[in-house]
Design a protein around this ligand. Structure first.
Ligand code: NAP
Ligand code: GCO
Length: 265
């Protein structure tokens, strides 16, 4: 019996994967045999990513593409199909956050977050699904969030986008499952990446950032998670081993959603 977790012979596009969670997921998929393609919004970031993949012994191909721009996305997907092959696995990872109290956030700022975190996964998924249908299979993994389930102060746009991404995941599952396309989400907990670096900055007196302490208390393992800890779940959802899993959001949160939080001593 072949290894159901193998990604040998598969082409994976991971968006926004020069570093952070996208880089970790792409690296895990490469280790499982996938050919890695990624994009970032600027050439220097693509170059930075290519150097990082090379250092990790991974031969990746990078493209400059703003995932919110449908023309750029369609051009990138066309180039990938011509130069590499049909995309078997799509990871909609690229994302931004703006931490602003809602009544202080401009409508333009709100729209910008929705554009990257929700509209872009729609645009990229729409671009890759037709070839997946022709090929007879496909895997789409949307990177959701704790905020697909929970709210918190200052992240209204992000929570709205990630909540919508959960339902977009379920709708792609519903609409394209009959073509052997599985669309699932990964909901990371609190991960040590540049996106959360401001929440972990040491205070002037050397103490933990208050939010850092808050997350430690809300996570059963009392620690932040590492990007690499998302690779295994992503390989599972990208592999044949998950062909009967569809429309599911796999929370990789160390148990945050299950835990009321450490009781005060
Ligand atoms: P990150 O460190 O900020 O990396 C995000 C990546 O997306 C960057 O490479 C960024 O490129 C790229 N990107 C942003 N806008 C783009 C656009 N319009 N077109 C193309 N690429 C774009 O974030 P991360 O922590 O790795 O998070 C990755 C994903 O996981 C995001 O969807 C995030 O919401 C989600 N997530 C993160 C956590 C966490 O705790 N870190 C938890 C749950 C979910 P630039 O550098 O050019 O902006
Ligand atoms: C925040 C964090 C979170 C994480 C992640 C949690 O400001 O609360 O950035 O949103 O990025 O989405 O799952």
């Amino acid at each position: 019996m072949s290894n159901p977790f193998s990604l040998e012979g598969k082409i994976a596009l991971v968006t926004g994967a020069s570093y952070g969670i996208g880089f970790a997921i792409a690296s895990g998929m490469a280790a499982a045999g996938a050919k890695i393609v990624f994009n970032d919004i600027k050439q220097e970031l693509v170059d930075k990513g290519l150097a990082a993949y090379k250092e990790a012994g991974i031969e990746a191909t990078g493209y400059v593409c703003d995932v919110t721009n449908e023309d750029q996305v369609n051009e990138m997907v066309k180039k990938i199909e011509e130069e590499i092959g049909v995309i078997d696995i799509l990871v909609n990872n690229a994302g931004i956050i703006k931490r602003i109290p809602m009544i202080e956030m401009t409508a333009a700022e709100f729209r910008q977050v929705i554009d990257v975190d929700l509209n872009a996964p729609f645009i990229v998924s729409k671009a890759v699904i037709p070839s997946m249908i022709k090929k007879g299979h496909g895997k789409i993994i949307n990177i959701c969030s704790m905020m697909s389930e929970l709210g918190r102060e200052t992240v209204s746009a992000y929570a709205a986008a990630k909540g919508g991404l959960k339902m977009l995941t379920r709708n792609i599952c519903s609409e394209y499952g009959e073509y052997n396309i599985q669309c699932n989400g990964i909901g990371p907990g609190y991960i040590e990446t540049p996106q959360t670096a401001p929440l972990r900055e040491k205070q002037p007196d050397g103490s933990r950032h208050p939010f850092d302490s808050f997350i430690i208390a809300k996570t059963p393992a009392a620690r932040w998670l590492k990007p690499e800890e998302l690779a295994g779940p992503a390989v599972f959802l990208a592999s044949e081993a998950s062909n009967a899993v569809n429309g599911h959001i796999l929370y990789v949160d160390g148990g945050i959603l299950a835990y009321i939080g450490k009781q005060p001593k």
